[in-house]
Design a protein around this ligand. Structure first.
Ligand code: PLP
Length: 401
């Protein structure tokens, strides 16, 4: 057996089969490139679902992590530590907001947003006890906890995990009329992805997000933007909401905030909204730890320059021009997305998303399929233009154009 086969056999035999990975075993990575155990190189066009916006082993982030590793890595929130204040101050400033509540994974941050909105609803809005409702969109992806899958519409994510958490109402994504009629006096929040990633990189109709923003303001409902995948440079702006001139009441952040090194997530909002919490009412042992803060501070500093957003905008325009060109060949039926983020629907007679992903892997390009016919392209924002063009040439090769 090859090293690849041996290692995959061990994983198959001893890991729970919650994923169906491509048969590649990564041993090292740098920038937009990964190297497998056999020494083969692959261009990474997935970037850990946006957790690797700044590339693999980004030198600045690795140096910041190393420096922190030698000093102090965990204090728990029982004590202050030297990086915590700066992290909260600078993340709040990046978001144009006041207050940060740090967690670790994206799911935990979404859970935190749900708890915050409910408490705000009871304490500030005056919703009667146990009546708070949160409106979400169909085909959403907000994580994997029992409460979050309670408001998923994906049967695979939900089946056999009940009983489900009540208090959520699901409306079709992009449907303003449905959103308007879903809001009642007991609605505390609308929770949306400004672009739906897992659903296939779905961009809502122009004007939808601003209209929801306005509706939420009128009805005294919090507009919560889950920017865990869409945020922090991916779309060519710091936040995907900015493309529509929308400022939510709360950002939910994760993935790229951890610089591809450690899980770092956060809810960011006003002092009024996050001020509903008192000591003991919510928390996390690892949330806001020194290592996480050191890494995230480097990420924030990099985002403050605007260079990664500009790069995503410029290379993203190029990516979308090239991909849109493929729709004329009949191989691709639709291309969606913004910036360095695209969902590409493959015409069924040219293979499923999985088959195209496997053929791309054989040519040294790694992507991930979603919902059968779609492949998702989301390279690290540091990818070189020549590398991106090479990756696109491989896609054309697989599709035979
Ligand atoms: C990945 C993701 C999450 C969940 O984050 P985890 O770190 O995997 O828990 C939530 N929302 C969106 C939009 C995501 O892309």
């Amino acid at each position: 057996m090859t090293a690849t086969e041996t290692l995959i056999a061990a994983a198959d035999a001893h890991s729970a089969h919650t994923y169906h990975p491509l048969p590649v075993v990564v041993a090292s990575a740098d920038g937009a490139w990964m190297t497998d155990v056999e020494g083969r190189r692959y261009l990474d066009l997935l970037a850990g679902y946006s957790a690797l916006n700044f590339g693999h082993c980004n030198r600045r982030i690795i140096e910041a992590a190393k420096a922190q590793l030698e000093r102090v890595t965990l204090t728990s929130r029982a004590f202050h530590h030297v990086k915590f204040g700066a992290f909260c101050e600078q993340l709040a400033e990046l978001c144009g907001m006041e207050t940060v509540l740090p967690m670790n994974t994206g799911s935990e941050a979404v859970e935190t947003a749900v708890k915050t909105a409910r408490k705000w609803g009871y304490r500030v809005k005056g919703v009667p006890a146990e009546r708070a409702k949160i409106v979400v969109a169909g085909n959403n992806f907000h994580g994997r906890t029992t409460t979050i899958i309670s408001f998923s519409t994906d049967p695979e994510a939900r089946a056999d995990f009940g009983p489900y958490t009540p208090g959520f109402e699901i409306v079709p994504y992009g449907d303003l009329t449905a959103m308007r009629s879903a809001l009642t006096e007991n609605t505390v929040a609308v929770l949306l992805e400004p672009i739906q990633g897992e659903a296939g990189v779905l961009v809502p109709p122009a004007g939808y997000l601003p209209a929801v923003r306005e509706l939420a303001r009128e009805r005294n409902v919090l507009f919560v933007a889950d920017e865990i995948q869409s945020g922090l440079g991916r779309t060519g702006r710091t936040f995907a909401c900015e493309h529509e001139g929308v400022v939510p009441d709360m950002y939910v952040l994760g993935k790229a905030l951890g610089g591809g090194v450690v899980p770092v997530s956060a809810v960011v909002s006003s002092a009024e909204v996050l001020g509903v919490f008192r000591p003991g009412e919510h928390g996390s042992t690892f949330g806001g730890n020194p290592l996480a803060c050191a890494v995230a501070l480097e990420v924030i500093a990099m985002l403050r320059t605007g260079e990664f957003q500009a790069r995503a905008a410029e290379l993203g325009a190029h990516l979308h021009r090239e991909l849109t060109g493929l729709t004329g060949t009949g191989r691709v039926t639709a291309v969606r997305g913004r910036g360095l983020w695209a969902g590409v629907d493959i015409a069924p007679r040219y293979g499923t998303g999985r088959e195209v992903s496997e053929k791309l892997m054989d040519r040294g390009v790694l992507v991930k399929d979603t919902h059968g016919a779609t492949i998702r392209i989301a390279p690290p924002l540091v990818i070189g233009k020549e590398d991106l063009d090479w990756g696109l040439a491989q896609l054309r090769g697989v599709l035979g154009v």
